[in-house]
Design a binder for this molecule. Structure first.
Ligand SMILES: *Cc1c(COP(=O)(O)O)cnc(C)c1O
Length: 389
């Protein structure tokens, strides 16, 4: 029993080509800071996502922070943000001492509800307090309703930042995720669909903005022989070694999307018919990379709750997690306002109460996934029997 290997939620999956890129950087002694791989990775990412420009940085969080700086978010300004997301989506709002306002999800995509965003924008316009930006997250690889959300942002003339940290390779009506906002941001953290061990990318069609992002991410050095600075900068630039890993990882992205989708389909086939188990939907017209397979467990119908399942998996050294705790519920953000899906109906609260994520790595072996599936089936069978005896 104790010999069983641990199964992770999402672990790094190397292609074997990473070493070639790193070796090339070593051979040229192009270790740091910048170099051919940084330029190459930026161009390849921009091309893949379908935008004109990209700036490689040290994390997805840094990319969001730069986007807010470029949009001139200042202390006291408001920024709207999806509530059902990882804390990194909103932390940069606080870095700038701005005020986050959280927007709920809707059931079709689990992402930002256009109806809730509309109410929030209308209220803001009435009090002459429109946000400087709206951060829209594409949760677990599922695109938000980009057309509706972008139309709303446009009608109030508020720029949209698309947090595509979890949705590289996903699509919305045939267009790649991360290409819809004024900015897109991506993450190459260790658990994402591709990883550079840590890293991020800011994308945009606005060349001046991306040039400015590169400037700000290298300490905002003015062009002069001596060290001259007129603006506050950051040390956010990606190194040439890290970018080399990224280039190799990006070569495999379409395969990784297919592999993660296959993992999802196997779960769906195995437990999708059970009454009370509902997988995160793939909304019509979208393609999800299924970064993590997410589902809800109805305790009434199944006799089990998601926590019991997570614990039972944990006993078998299988890592599963609740879905993100909505940010409006986090102690860190308790003083900020929140717009639920409907006045008295909060979708993200329900998804957090019943939702969980299963191990979904593209390198997970079928026999490992079988272990996960049979454990879930065993828990549900047992609970179901107990309940109806
Ligand atoms: C991972 C993640 C980030 C942050 O990316 P880092 O590279 O870890 O800084 C931001 N937003 C979401 C939704 C994420 O999942």
């Amino acid at each position: 029993m104790s010999k069983k290997k641990r199964i992770y939620l999402s672990s790094p999956h190397m292609t074997g080509r990473e070493q070639d890129y790193i070796r090339e950087a070593f051979d040229l002694n192009w270790i740091a800071p910048l170099g051919n791989h940084v330029d190459g990775f930026e161009q390849e990412m921009a091309e893949y996502v379908g935008v004109k420009h990209a700036a490689a940085v040290i994390s997805g969080t840094a990319a969001i922070h730069l986007a807010l700086r470029l949009l001139e978010v200042e202390p006291g300004d408001r920024v709207f943000c999806s509530s059902l997301t990882f804390v990194a989506s909103a932390n940069p709002i606080l870095y700038e001492k701005a005020e986050p306002v959280f927007i709920d999800s809707e059931p079709d995509t689990w992402n930002m509800a256009p109806a809730a965003l509309e109410r929030a924008l209308r209220d803001a316009a009435e009090t002459d307090n429109l946000p400087k930006a709206v951060i829209v997250v594409n949760l677990y690889g599922q695109s938000a309703k980009m057309k509706e959300l972008a139309d709303l942002c446009e009608s109030y003339d508020v720029p949209m930042i698309e947090d595509a940290a979890e949705s590289l390779g996903s699509e919305y009506h045939g267009r790649k995720s991360g290409s819809f906002g004024t900015f897109g941001i991506f993450s190459f953290n260790g658990n994402k669909i591709i990883t550079t061990s840590g890293g991020g990318m800011l994308t945009s069609n606005d060349e001046a903005m991306i040039k400015k992002a590169r400037f700000l991410s290298t300490q905002a050095k003015d062009p002069s022989l001596h060290y001259q600075h007129s603006e506050l900068g950051f040390n956010y630039r990606m190194s040439n070694i890290v970018a080399g890993i990224g280039r190799a990882q990006l070569e495999a992205i379409d395969r990784r999307v297919q592999q993660r989708r296959n993992v999802f389909h196997r779960y769906q086939e195995a437990v999708g018919d059970i009454n009370g188990i509902d997988f995160m939907p793939e909304f019509s017209g979208t393609l999800s990379n299924r970064w993590l397979t997410a589902l809800t467990v109805d305790p009434e119908k199944t006799g089990a709750d998601r926590t019991a399942i997570i614990e039972a998996l944990g006993e078998e050294k299988i890592e599963a997690r609740p879905v993100w705790k909505p940010l409006h519920q986090q102690p860190l953000f308790e003083e900020y306002s929140y717009y639920p899906f409907q006045e008295k109906h909060s979708v993200s609260d329900e998804l957090f109460e019943y939702g969980m994520c299963l191990p979904s790595g593209s390198n997970m072996k079928e026999e490992d996934q079988e272990r996960v599936i049979s454990r879930i089936q065993a828990v549900l069978r047992k609970k179901y029997k107990q309940r109806f005896q």
